[in-house]
Design a protein around this ligand. Structure first.
Ligand code: FO1
Length: 332
């Protein structure tokens, strides 16, 4: 079996780790021994101090290699910030963005390979080769599609500044990705989807993570026609529980595109395959069980399951629930 997950950063990384764990724990489930490919959002990426920073990729790299700082949610465990304070002192990195010493190793390696002419996909392969990740990470596209925020008072700033400096507090007119019209899915993303038996949308930010992955021309069609028979089931996991974003500031992003911050609205935003959307099934939290019947009545197969990923057990159980839902939609 081949599983493909579309993922952003922190929430996505926990979910992908859960999928990997569910694969390892499986005995007679169809996903025992499955291959795992992750299509990673690159809209958060930016150039800083001459280095290419790729937060969502690095969240996955560090989480799957157990190098991540679980408490902080990003960066490396056991980190120090000696170089970062020098970068701040010289003014080549803003005070509100910290590049840890170990983390800089990743950014320097990535930037060196990029400068040598390697693609982001090749860079991801080389970075991942250092650890047994149990998954293959594919940037959604090898084109730089940095997300920018146009605020309601006409400012245009990189997503990282809006997210990290302003904590998503500036009202948003729209999000836009540079070069998105010229972008194409990365070769690895396309081949993973072509071979997929199931596609999962991680509980990442539906707008600036999953949304940005799907905004790459050709990606949505590749998801909808995934698999050898072009009909691999697509199952999504809600990043919203009881009207609140589990992590990050997805609520600010959803508001910006006119979608309510609730599990039903996000499910409808992705849409049921039968009505022109993406999903064959949608997983929401037990806290939102009252929303299930309305969504099913609208043609979206919805299940209320434990959605909180507190540890490996709960993450693996959530992943297994998503894979089981996919199995019920597997077509010939
Ligand atoms: N988030 C912060 O809130 N403050 C930081 O200084 C910061 C630095 C940073 C460095 C590398 C990296 O990969 C991520 C970093 N993040 C930081 C997190 C990042 O901005 C967000 O987690 C993602 O972009 C949101 O998906």
């Amino acid at each position: 079996m081949r599983i493909v997950v579309l993922s952003g950063g922190v929430g996505g990384s926990r979910f992908v780790r859960g999928v990997r764990e569910a694969i390892h724990r499986a005995t007679d489930e169809p996903w025992a021994g499955a291959a795992l490919d992750v299509i990673v959002n690159t809209g958060d990426d930016w150039w800083l101090a001459g280095l290419r920073i790729a937060p969502d990729h690095d969240s996955l790299l560090y989480t799957l290699s157990a190098q991540n700082d679980e408490a902080r949610g990003w960066g490396r465990v056991g980190e120090s910030e000696r170089v970062s304070s020098e970068l701040h002192a010289y003014g080549v990195a803003p005070e509100w963005f910290t590049l840890g010493d170990l983390d800089l190793g990743t950014h320097i390696a990535r930037s060196a390979w990029l400068r040598a002419g390697e693609t982001p996909s090749e860079v991801a392969r080389r970075l991942g080769a250092r650890w047994p990740l149990g998954a293959t990470l594919h940037p959604a596209t090898d084109t730089e599609v940095d997300t920018h925020v146009v605020t309601t008072n006409g400012e245009r700033l990189h997503f990282q500044e809006w997210w990290t400096r302003h904590r998503a507090s500036l009202p948003v007119e729209r999000f836009e990705q540079n070069n998105i019209a010229d972008a194409a899915p990365s070769p690895g993303a396309l081949s993973a989807l072509a071979a997929a038996d199931v596609v999962l949308l991680a509980p990442s930010n539906p707008v600036v993570s999953i949304g940005t992955v799907l905004a790459v021309p050709g990606m949505r069609d590749a998801v909808l026609s995934a698999g050898p028979s072009g009909s691999a089931p697509v199952v999504g996991v809600s990043p919203i529980i009881a009207g609140a974003a589990v992590r990050g500031m997805a609520d600010a992003c959803l508001t910006a595109i006119g979608v309510d911050t609730d599990a039903a609205a996000v499910g409808r935003h992705y849409g049921a395959r039968g009505s022109g959307g993406l999903l064959d099934a949608w997983l929401i939290g037990e806290e939102d069980a009252a929303l299930v019947n309305g969504l099913i009545a609208d043609g979206l197969d919805t299940r209320a399951v434990p959605l909180w990923m507190r540890d490996l057990d709960t993450s693996a159980a959530l992943a297994a629930a998503a894979l089981a839902a996919a199995g019920e939609h597997a077509r010939a």
